[in-house]
Design a protein around this ligand. Structure first.
Ligand SMILES: CC(=O)SCCNC(=O)CCNC(=O)[C@H](O)C(C)(C)COP(=O)(O)OP(=O)(O)OC[C@H]1O[C@@H](n2cnc3c(N)ncnc32)[C@H](O)[C@@H]1OP(=O)(O)O
Ligand SMILES: Nc1ncnc2c1ncn2[C@@H]1O[C@H](COP(=O)(O)OP(=O)(O)OP(=O)(O)O)[C@@H](O)[C@H]1O
Length: 745
């Protein structure tokens, strides 16, 4: 295995990584991998195998557990892709390989690999499609990138023939000068002597602001730029200054670097400190000063012992709701990966950034571009970015800023169209990545290969300004429907699944629909009607062919209005929060045929029947503006049927003759009627409607309602509710009810 030896030698000389592809028979490639690592002089303690079998005596994970390598540094990672190639596993593991190390890929013979269907392909075969309907575009493109990029050796493991050497023969690299320390530093000067790049110095200096309350720092960087280390250097300093620093991250391992750097700094400063554990110090205590301690995100969110500073490492991997909880800390830092394991840490920016900026903290932003783990312009990083489109971008603003619904063209984009035009593919994927909380490399494979998916876009002068990803659902056989109804797992088909499994409607899988999986408009041209135009064009295209168009997403008031304006109606509001966005998901349908209309009508009616009971129970913490928007987006005419006695209860409240608590049911019915199908939409203000949601529908205590909605006292809040009930009684009650009302006023 001379090739492995020379690759490693070159990797070490340049402080870059090299990629070694061993293609052929599975067992043979595994044997050759062992020989290659031996020849390259990489000990098993510094190697991780990611794949189905632990064929080397070293750390091993399945591809589904590739996140174990996030934030870590290994000399070699062997990705065994014989059983399957999960694009996300490539994205998560490649960044962990150290400069001077090797990324080793074991694969079937490359000529036939794209035609083979593997475990990952099976996950893309959504009924009624089978695995043979999955195309091999992603892997064909992947193999092409292996052949086209520098720094990648390809060896036929069966014959040991070297197809491609992968040596780049670079000129000797220039030594990078050490960063100069800042002139006006607050942190101890030794800190800056430990920084390895100018970027890291600047990031550490940005952390200085955390000494004051009301501050926040956001560090964005690609992988291996030294952001955890920067956070560690800062944490050490803050602890020396007496601060209690709480560090959190999805896994301790990815935050370990924070503790390593903080500990190292304290040693350099010759400051005595105690570590709680020798092997995995999750806590550093400085006598009579501060400390740095770790807690997993769920514990850390409660801000145990009121820390002065919270550092959230790998923040993009946590849900937005979780991130928001850390904003209760006096000072807080978030470090996030921009491109990489999640495909797009930009998701962090999508939902959370706005909330951070709107909040009370003064925010300092820093980004780090110069790699530390490996040399600048590392060929394996360049390859991974291209192969997984981690650096995909939507078009620059200047190209599309004049787009309006009148200038754009509706495009049906097949996988072949996207592969034939790499700019188009980059723009489509880039737009999805930038607009959605978590778009991963596997989404690229899905976009190119999944038989049930369709891409539609609006282009302005050839550039993508809006994109929608649609999934075919429904049209299921009786067997598949029965499996689903009985709780068995059926891939894809999210809406039929929710409607049949949770809402007990076995026939929901019969009509055929297109679910809008994702939609995004370029940020520079939002709110001009482009998103609505894309939906109306999609409807025009599909209306004759499907029974319904549908969607499910984490509900925000603005999004619900956007979908409702395009004709989608609420049929379900989930009772648990979405794990990623932390929001409650809403399901909406836009029927296109009689069968679709029947499906939507019965689910709308059931929704109306059950929603008040759910809102006073598991949805009692749902944002009142979401509740208002979701109810307003229902289509069925709610029938307000109150008994005579119930009307008398209602009519007695404004004059103080009766109280809500005696029987909340009629008040809930009246509220539901008004929020879903108001006789006069302007009868109540937004605040008054929120009061109805909080008190009547969600049964919150008066004190919480009054405080949450800014009433000066509970009495004022009660009086306002009385006035609201009076107006609703006049709107919906018969003449005798109104007379009953007047008797008590
Ligand atoms: C399944 C899912 O993907 S759900 C998630 C949806 N996607 C995202 O959240 C990604 C980030 N967001 C976006 O990309 C966009 O904001 C989208 C896709 C939600 C909306 O796209 P846009 O092109 O802005 O939509 P559009 O302009 O048609 O409508 C949005 C707003 O503009 C208004 N609007 C509609 N038509 C016009 C018009 N002709 N002129 C001016 N304003 C208009 C609408 O009233 C709407 O306002 P509202 O939100 O207060 O109701
Ligand atoms: N100032 C430093 N001193 C010593 N080593 C450093 C320093 N900064 C970074 N490193 C080393 O460089 C590697 C990458 O650093 P670090 O883990 O901080 O980067 P990161 O951007 O958080 O990476 P990832 O995105 O993978 O989590 C680590 O092995 C770390 O030990």
């Amino acid at each position: 295995m001379d090739i492995a030896r020379s690759l490693r030698a070159e990797a070490r000389r340049t402080n870059e990584r090299r990629l070694l592809v061993l293609a052929g028979d599975p067992e043979r490639t595994r044997e050759r991998a062992a020989t290659a690592l031996d020849a390259a002089d990489i000990p098993s303690a510094e190697t991780t195998v990611v794949g189905p079998t632990a064929f080397l005596d070293c750390e091993h994970h399945e591809q589904s557990r590739a996140e174990e390598l996030l934030g870590r540094t290994r000399t070699a990672v062997v990705l065994d892709a014989h059983g399957e190639l999960r694009p996300d596993a490539v994205g998560r593991t490649v960044g962990a390989v150290d400069g001077g190390g090797l990324y080793v890929l074991l694969a079937p013979p490359l000529e036939t690999w794209p035609e083979k269907r593997d475990g990952f392909d099976a996950s893309l075969s959504v009924p009624p499609f089978g695995v043979d309907d999955v195309s091999g575009h992603f892997r064909r493109r992947f193999v092409e990138t292996l052949r086209a990029h520098r720094g990648i050796a390809i060896v036929d493991a069966d014959t040991d023939a070297v197809e491609q050497e992968g040596l780049t023969d670079p000129p000797p690299s220039r030594s990078v000068p050490a960063p100069t320390p800042p002139s006006d530093a607050w942190f101890r000067s030794e800190t800056y002597a430990q920084c390895l790049t100018d970027d890291q110095r600047d990031a550490v200096q940005a952390f200085e602001s955390l000494r004051d309350d009301g501050t926040a720092v956001v560090v964005e960087a690609d992988r291996g730029r030294g952001k955890s280390s920067a956070a560690g250097l800062a944490a050490g300093n803050l602890a020396v200054a007496g601060k209690d620093v709480l560090v959190t991250a999805p896994q301790y391992r990815s935050a370990a670097e924070v503790f390593a750097r903080a500990g190292n700094l304290l040693e350099t400063l010759d400051i005595g400190f105690a570590r709680d554990r020798a092997s995995e110090p999750q806590r550093l205590d400085i006598a009579a000063a501060g400390r740095v301690r770790y807690a997993p995100p769920d514990e850390a969110a409660a801000l145990p012992d009121d820390p002065d500073v919270v550092i959230v490492d790998e923040a993009a991997a946590l849900p937005v709701r979780r991130l928001e909880q850390f904003l209760d800390a006096p000072a807080v830092a978030f470090t996030t990966t921009v491109h990489g394991y999640e495909g797009a840490g930009r998701g962090f920016s999508v939902r959370f950034r706005d909330r951070l900026v709107e909040g009370d903290h003064a925010v300092t932003d820093v980004s780090m571009t110069t790699p530390i783990r490996y040399g600048d312009a590392d060929p394996v990083e360049v390859w991974a970015f291209r192969a997984l489109l981690l650096d995909a971008r939507p078009p620059v603003n200047q190209l599309i800023e004049d787009a309006t619904p009148e200038t754009v063209e509706y495009r049906r984009l097949s996988a072949a169209d996207l592969l034939a035009d790499k700019h188009l593919l980059r723009e489509v994927f880039g737009l999805l990545v930038l607009a959605h909380y978590r778009t991963e490399p596997s989404d690229l494979a899905r976009l190119l290969d999944a038989p049930n998916l369709t891409v539609r876009a609006l282009t302005h002068e050839g550039h993508v300004v809006a994109v929608a990803l649609l999934a075919q659902e429904g049209g299921l056989s009786a067997d598949t429907r029965a499996t689903m109804y009985e709780g068995g797992r059926v891939r894809g088909n999210m809406l039929p699944d929710v409607l049949s499994t949770q809402l007990r409607d076995e026939a929901a899988g019969i009509p055929v629909g297109q679910r809008v999986l994702r939609i995004a408009t370029h940020a520079a041209v939002r709110s001009r009607g482009l998103g609505s135009k894309l939906l109306s064009e999609t409807r025009a295209e599909f209306a004759d062919r499907v029974d319904w168009l549908g969607v499910s997403y984490g509900a925000t008031p603005e999004l619900v209005r956007f979908w409702a304006d395009s004709g989608y109606q609420t049929v379900h509001l989930a009772t648990s929060r979405n794990a990623t966005s932390g929001e409650y998901s809403v399901v909406m349908l836009d029927p296109c045929s009689d069968d679709g209309a029947a499906l939507a009508a019965r689910h709308s009616a059931w929704f109306q029947d059950r929603i008040t009971a759910v809102l006073s129970d598991s949805l009692d913490d749902c944002d009142p503006d979401v509740v208002r928007a979701v109810l307003r987006a229902t289509d069925s005419e709610p029938s307000l049927r109150l008994s005579e006695w119930e009307w008398r209860l209602v009519a007695g409240v404004p004059g103080g003759a009766s109280v809500l608590d005696t029987n909340p049911k009629p008040f809930r019915e009246l509220t539901r009627q008004h929020l879903s199908a108001p006789a006069d939409p302007a009868a109540l203000s937004a605040r008054e409607e929120r009061l109805l949601v909080r008190k009547v529908l969600q049964a919150q205590p008066w004190s919480a309602v009054a405080e949450g909605l800014g009433f000066v006292s509970e009495r004022e809040c009660m009086r306002t509710l009385g006035g609201i009930v009076e107006r609703l009684t006049r709107l919906y009650g018969d003449l005798w009810v109104q007379e009953e009302l007047d008797r008590h006023l």
